[in-house]
Design a protein around this ligand. Structure first.
Ligand SMILES: [Zn+2]
Length: 249
């Protein structure tokens, strides 16, 4: 394969290129990839940093919020100079300073049934780093129906969850795990480092999928207990009566 990376890029990505699992072909795959990240908050900050640093060619960032001081204990894309700015703009500035080779598409909007297809359709892979079940289910339903692989991460308190939803025979969908959104719960605290762990794991899973590798998390749920320092993998199964992927759907 002929490389048309510049000398600066070859040096920048040299530690990627040394990995036999990545190499020149893998770096080309990442550069050709289009990835969407829903949410530029605590999880999204870490995921976006590592996707851009690795050399993903195009990243779409979707977020409808502005930066507030209460975000700064976990949303490390943003700093005190960004207070009051749109999160997508703050994310653009931070990530462009990190890796100007990465093309960033900004969507300062909340995903809904009317706009989700237009925003996500051209992406090869979607990362859900949102903070609410309404968006998670919307993204999961859309990705399943349009055959897009989704890496979904969530955190609360010291706990985190990660799963990969890959539309395909025998694979469970998001609604196999959670058919309906749970009742609204009181807002809870989140330790920034826990969101960071999940964002890093989410980016890593995405980068491996872009290399064409299979993820065991397609049929498992990875849970992280930050207080105990423990990971657990739980098998996920396809539900025969699932409202999204069950028979007749
Ligand atoms: Zn299902």
């Amino acid at each position: 394969m002929s490389l048309d990376f510049s000398p600066e890029e070859l040096f920048r990505y040299s530690r990627n290129l040394m990995l036999p699992e990545v190499g020149e072909a893998g770096q080309q795959r990442w550069r050709a990839a289009r990835v969407a990240v829903v949410g530029a908050g605590g999880i999204g900050s870490a995921a976006l940093y590592y996707l851009a640093a690795a050399g993903v060619g195009q990243i779409s960032i979707i977020d409808s919020d502005g930066v507030e001081a209460s975000n700064l204990q976990r949303q490390i894309l943003h700093n005190i100079h960004d207070l009051g700015r749109r999160k997508v703009e703050s994310a653009w500035e931070t990530l462009t300073a990190l890796n100007p080779h990465c093309r960033l598409q900004l969507h300062d909007t909340r995903l809904d049934a009317a706009n989700i297809r237009d925003i996500l359709i051209e992406n090869d892979l979607v990362l859900d780093a949102s903070d609410n079940f309404e968006t998670r289910l919307l993204v999961a339903d859309y990705c399943w129906r349009d055959q897009k692989t989704l890496v979904s991460a969530a955190v609360g308190g010291f706990q985190g969850l990660l799963l990969v939803l890959e539309p395909g025979p025998g694979n469970p969908c998001y609604r196999c795990l959670l058919p309906q959104p749970p009742l609204p719960a009181p807002e809870e605290g989140i330790l920034g480092a826990v969101a960071g762990v999940l964002g890093c794991l989410q980016a890593l899973e995405a980068l491996k999928l872009l290399l064409g590798r299979k993820s065991p998390l397609t049929r498992q749920l990875l849970s992280y207990d930050g207080l105990q320092g423990r990971f657990r993998q739980v098998q996920r199964v396809k539900q025969p009566d699932c409202p999204l992927c069950g028979p007749g759907k």
